[in-house]
Design a protein around this ligand. Sequence first.
Ligand code: SF4
Ligand code: SF4
Ligand code: FES
Length: 248
Amino acid sequence: MATTRTFKVWRGDAKGGEFQRFEIEVDEGMVVLDVLHRIQARQANDLALRWNCKAGKCGSCSMEINGKPRLACMTRMNSLPEGETITVQPLKTFPVMKDLVTDVSWNYEQNRRIPKFQPKPRDSDGAYRMYQEDVDRVQEFRKCIECYLCQDVCHVLRDRDGREQNSFVGPRFMIRLASLEMHPLDTADRIPAVRDEFGSGMCNITKCCTEVCPEHIHITDNGIIPLKERVVDRFYDPIAMLMRKIFG
Ligand code: SF4
Ligand code: SF4
Ligand code: FES
């Protein structure tokens, strides 16, 4: 059965903007992205929003719905309290381009800073061998769809101190670092850079990033904390420090 719902959608660009109100008919089974498309078709043909797969797999339709970073294509209308106005706005951490579309290119710059995968030589028979448990550990991180919801909610990036000075790459790229560092075939050593260039010390493990991840990646417990532990083992373990002093 169709009902009429009220939406408040942010309209504007880099110079500024405001919320626009829409009363719109919503059918059973719709997600927020469906409703935004209906608003686009019937009431605001120039409404800008980004989407691709409509299946929670491309990470394009990230936005803030009722103040929470979410995927519009995975947010069912019946999960939002009946009678309540639904507020839709662009990700707050990244600059607005138009309406619900933000410029997330900073994230691609962070990705380029990370030293790439450097595989060890193949075994004498030409094969690569890995233990299944090592494969399983990094497999979780490969589920990332680069929606940047975790980057959006991270207060270190939101407050700009991490982003403007490139001092913290953010949870998504801590996950990428973890996936490389824990990869059984990789030979590169990124631990000094994890501390000095990528800012592992700036994360205070509040776990907000983990809470919003639509792929349910345990960003903090399985990615960031193990990276922090590797930094501590390398730089703050008293025995390792003594050995370095003696043997250089
Ligand atoms: S746990 Fe760390 S990376 Fe995640 S939101 Fe908090 S500060 Fe950011
Ligand atoms: S880690 Fe999760 S929240 Fe962050 S970009 Fe990947 S899928 Fe999105
Ligand atoms: S449209 Fe692809 S994740 Fe929503």
